[in-house]
Design a protein around this ligand. Structure first.
Ligand SMILES: Nc1ncnc2c1ncn2[C@@H]1O[C@H](COP(=O)(O)OP(=O)(O)OP(=O)(O)O)[C@@H](O)[C@H]1O
Ligand SMILES: [Mg+2]
Length: 383
């Protein structure tokens, strides 16, 4: 509920024009006054204007003030309501108080007394709304804190588990890397010696070697994660990184029947950063795009454009698209729609974090069932 800081609002409900208009004249200098000549019209104004106090006649033809009071209490139990009673109608006034009116004043009323009563009641409503507002804010803050804490706890336990995992994975990876290099050298030698060989095997081995190296670099980075000193950023070419990523993802695209096309800027598009991090950030988005259109054998287009101060990388696919509800969650850790298909839901979370660390950004635009475009923006290095 919003608390207005403008003039307080008073709603006057009275079927007689005389008291209605005299109240309007009396209150106009200090309040915004709305008037209604019956309960129905009053209820409409109550919903529209959210007044701070209602002044209502008890005796009205049709729906009486007492019935009106019941209706008001159903809508807003805490809004101040002052009843206007006929002279000497003490019993009706008491009934109104019993039914939840906050005050009453007899007609004909004294102007000073009316101003006092209205002043007190406006303050009463406003105080109540402010405390309600503060309570709602505290509740909302509490909820956000609780969610944040739960997320942090999950991440902390994952951190613990992955530290062990990283340690165990490091050794076999090193061995594989060594053997891959050995094999590549043997193949090269046999080619030079004129032996028949398969040229594509060398290319494929190179890609394996490159990616195993990437795994090793990722592991080193994980192991230094949390240490006080972050690695210093260096100048890297986004165009080069992009070409490497596309080469690496190409096998996955071919295997999935997805047409992966690219149009990469011929400039270097130099940014300051950590090449391993940038690579994994971009790779996550391209792999997602390939996965999103694997089922319908669609296509993915990756473009890279250099502007005056930044470079934009667009990853467009004509895959499944993302619904608005999902879009609000895709950057949350562990959000995935690929349960049971190896998705951890950490890809875009990591990408966003890396881009933030590099003063960059990521945006998404999607039509469910049709297409999705992710745009990654990174600031160019000052030349
Ligand atoms: N191009 C896309 N088209 C449709 N949905 C997408 C696309 N990119 C991301 N998503 C949605 O965002 C979710 C989160 O993506 P994210 O990369 O964080 O995790 P994941 O791909 O599910 O798992 P992981 O990356 O760990 O393998 C995906 O599960 C998918 O629902
Ligand atoms: Mg992913």
């Amino acid at each position: 509920m919003t608390v207005s800081t403008d003039l307080p609002q008073i709603l006057v409900i009275d079927d007689e024009v005389g008291p209605r208009e005299s109240l309007r004249m009396l209150l106009k200098p200090d309040y915004q006054v709305h008037t209604a000549d019956c309960v129905e019209a009053g209820m409409k104004l109550l919903k529209e204007k959210q007044p701070d106090t209602i002044v209502m006649d008890i005796r009205m033809p049709g729906i009486t003030g007492i019935d009106g009071l019941r209706k008001i209490r159903e809508i807003d139990p805490h809004l101040s309501v002052i009843m206007l009673t006929g002279f000497g109608a003490l019993e009706t006034a008491k009934e109104a108080l019993r039914l939840g009116a906050n005050d009453y004043i007899s007609k004909p009323f004294d102007a000073g007394e009316m101003r006092d009563i209205i002043g007190r009641n406006v303050e009463r409503t406003r105080l109540h709304r402010t405390s309600e507002h503060a309570a709602a804010e505290v509740k909302e803050l509490n909820n956000r804190l609780r969610k944040e804490l739960a997320r942090k706890e999950r991440l902390a336990s994952l951190g613990q588990a992955s530290a062990e995992f990283v340690h165990d994975l490091g050794n076999p990876l090193t061995i594989v890397w060594g053997y891959v290099q050995l094999l590549a050298k043997k193949l090269e030698r046999s080619e030079n010696g004129g032996a028949t060989h398969n040229a594509t095997s060398i290319k494929e081995l190179n890609i394996i070697e490159q990616n195993v190296r990437l795994c090793r670099e990722l592991l080193t980075m994980w192991q230094s994660y949390g240490s006080a000193e972050a690695l210093p950023h260096k100048q890297i070419s986004v165009s080069t990184v992009l070409r490497e990523v596309i080469k690496a993802v190409d096998a996955l695209a071919t295997q999935s029947g997805v047409d992966l096309q690219s149009n990469i800027c011929e400039h270097a598009c130099t940014v300051l950063g950590d090449p391993v991090q940038i690579k994994r950030a971009i790779q996550n988005v391209i792999i997602n795009a390939v996965q999103a259109c694997a089922e319908r054998k669609g296509s993915v287009l990756v473009t890279c454009t250099q502007k005056e101060f930044y470079v934009d990388i667009r990853i467009e696919d004509d895959g499944s698209g993302i619904t608005p509800t999902q879009i609000s969650r895709i950057f949350d850790p562990y959000f995935t729609t690929k349960q049971g298909k190896s998705g951890t839901g950490l890809g875009l979370y990591i990408t966003q974090k890396v881009l933030e660390d590099h003063n960059g950004s990521i945006k998404v635009d999607s039509t469910p069932g049709r297409r999705t475009t992710f745009t990654i923006r990174l600031p160019l290095v000052n030349s």
